[in-house]
Ligand binder design. Structure first.
Ligand SMILES: CC(C)(COP(=O)(O)OP(=O)(O)OC[C@H]1O[C@@H](n2cnc3c(N)ncnc32)[C@H](O)[C@@H]1OP(=O)(O)O)[C@@H](O)C(=O)NCCC(=O)NCCS
Length: 167
């Protein structure tokens, strides 16, 4: 039987400023940092992992969420097991990160997070999504499953590759 997960959302994309508490910001930072290390099977050096995680500090996450969107998943014990962050960039939206703890992977939680994020693009009237995907095989497989293809577009510092989907 699938255990129940609790979905929480902070949506500041339309101008609201619902704060993210320091303790929540710390939990999210810890999840992103630990998960990126756990998923890494040698695709990145420790220095590259640091660069991948540079955006993940409590202060930066709080800044992003002030003007962005955060969806989190907690298990029935209240532990944070996944998160997704969407931010505005000019006229576009960007999926900044999506994470599911490795011991909770392949249960559909990433897809729950992704569906919430994709709906924001649709509601904003956008007709395409481009994502910067880390070079983990599971990340590419996940986005392929959701209809994305690789584009060959350049990405910052060669840490990612770009994938694209029409909505
Ligand atoms: C990518 C990630 C969010 C997926 O989370 P998840 O909860 O395991 O995803 P789901 O269970 O919803 O998987 C949906 C589909 O994606 C594909 N997929 C996911 N993980 C996979 C893997 N390890 N190997 C092959 N396919 C995989 C499968 O098609 C899967 O469907 P299935 O289980 O019915 O076969 C998670 O692996 C993760 O946090 N990775 C590290 C961070 C990351 O790369 N984030 C994305 C970009 S920021």
């Amino acid at each position: 039987m699938k255990s129940a997960v609790k979905i929480s959302i902070i949506d500041n994309l339309e101008g609201k400023i619902e704060p993210l508490s320091d303790s929540e910001a710390e939990k999210i930072t810890a999840l992103i940092r630990q998960n990126t290390r756990d998923v890494n099977q040698g695709e990145y050096t420790p220095a590259q992992i640091e660069r991948l995680n540079a955006f993940a500090t409590p202060e930066k996450i709080q800044e992003e969420v002030k003007r962005g969107y955060l969806v989190t998943l907690c298990n029935d014990e209240g532990d944070l097991i996944g998160c997704g962050i969407v931010v505005r960039k000019g006229m576009k939206l960007i999926i900044k990160t999506m994470q599911v703890k490795t011991d909770h992977c392949r249960k559909g939680y990433g897809s729950i997070l992704y569906t919430h994020c994709e709906n924001l693009f649709k509601q904003a009237g956008l007709h395409e999504i481009e994502v910067e995907v880390p070079k983990f095989p599971r990340s590419e497989a996940f986005y392929r499953k959701h209809g994305f293809t690789r584009t060959g577009n350049p990405t910052p510092m060669d840490l990612y590759f770009a994938m694209f989907k029409y909505l």
